[in-house]
Design a protein around this ligand. Structure first.
Ligand code: SF4
Length: 133
């Protein structure tokens, strides 16, 4: 059975991928896949100015997902300086997890900001969308 996906816009920079199966309309399993896909939407990294990171191509991040957080600041733990071009060129990174429970965008260690920006702050690569509660 062939299943493809279409991009659905939620607004405020958020989107989800909706599975579409032309040969199984009304299939409860297909509906479950749609719900799971929508639940997995994550904030995207709309800008990253850390050019020395292997995942940074042209002011944007191409990791599949990044992790933010340290005990004392909103560090990007995916930041890595290696002599390779990493990530997937066709993808824009999303925030997979965030340990900064004190950020007003954070709920249960997940980021709910519409999108984030990464750049120098306390460290070379930090979430600069962080906002203290
Ligand atoms: S905006 Fe806040 S919750 Fe979202 S990644 Fe940055 S520090 Fe974490």
């Amino acid at each position: 059975m062939e299943v493809t996906a279409v991009r659905g816009e939620i607004g405020a920079g958020r989107h989800f991928w909706q599975p579409v199966s032309p040969d199984r309309p009304g299939d409860p399993q297909a509906l479950k896949e749609v719900e799971m896909t929508a639940a997995m939407q994550m904030p995207r990294v709309e800008e990253c100015v850390v050019a020395s990171c292997a995942y940074n191509h042209t002011g944007d991040c191409h990791a599949f997902a990044i992790t933010i957080g340290s005990p004392d600041h909103a560090h990007c733990h995916t930041f890595v300086q290696l002599p390779v071009r990493a990530g997937v060129a066709e993808l824009t990174a999303q925030v997979g997890a965030c340990q900064r429970a004190d950020c007003r965008h954070n709920e249960q260690l997940e980021c709910h900001a519409p999108a984030i920006r990464v750049g120098p702050d306390n460290d070379l690569a930090d979430c600069i969308t962080y906002a203290e509660r």
